[in-house]
Design a protein around this ligand. Structure first.
Ligand SMILES: *[C@@H]1O[C@H](CO)[C@@H](O)[C@H](O)[C@H]1NC(C)=O
Length: 174
């Protein structure tokens, strides 16, 4: 059998990774979701529980940049709604934040009093190792067809198919 360079499977795995980086997730599932929730069931954290966020996903906020903003803060400031020293401040009305590591990300509104009224969001990103353990690497259909995944679910499904194909290919080479 021909000698297959070790670098090829590694390359395929990197490619796999880049394919899984394309998701853009609209916070709350709709354009006007970044606001003070009127009830517990409308809270963004309730929404976030239904998602499995992955490294490489991006969160997208749409809001009126003249009236509101998105602050990325640490846990302490998230809990106390302290807007004085955010890690990052976004107020362009169309904010995109890449989830570039595993672990929790904390966001609060910068508008006066909004965080206290519940306009806040914590997103927990699983470590990449959680995604590819087990015999079957295929993402579950639920994961692929979440309600707010852009651009379209069929594109996402295609992406999933590609990932599986590449995965099989990469392991076929070992
Ligand atoms: C908010 O955070 C800043 C800096 O971290 C701190 O100096 C200030 O006392 C905090 N304010 C409140 C109300 O906790």
């Amino acid at each position: 059998m021909a000698v297959i360079p070790r670098a090829i499977p590694v390359f395929m795995l990197l490619l796999l990774f880049s394919f899984s980086e394309a998701r853009e997730i609209v916070v709350g599932g709709s354009a006007d979701a970044w606001k003070t929730p009127s009830s517990q069931s409308e809270s963004l954290n309730k929404w976030a529980e239904s998602f499995r966020f992955r490294v490489g996903d991006s969160l997208v906020w749409k809001y009126d940049g003249g009236k509101d903003s998105v602050l990325q803060v640490n846990k302490e400031d998230y809990l106390s709604c302290n807007t004085s020293k955010p890690i990052e401040e976004y107020k362009d009305g169309n904010t995109k934040v890449m989830l570039d590591r595993s672990g929790p990300f904390y966001f609060i509104s910068g508008a006066n009093g909004h965080c206290e009224k519940g306009q806040k969001l914590v997103v927990v990103v699983l470590s990449p190792r959680h995604r590819y353990t087990g015999i079957s690497p295929a993402p579950s259909p639920v994961e692929l067809e979440g309600p707010a995944v852009a651009p379209t679910s069929s594109a996402t499904r295609l992406q999933g198919g590609l990932m599986v194909a590449l995965w099989v290919f990469a392991f076929g080479l070992f």
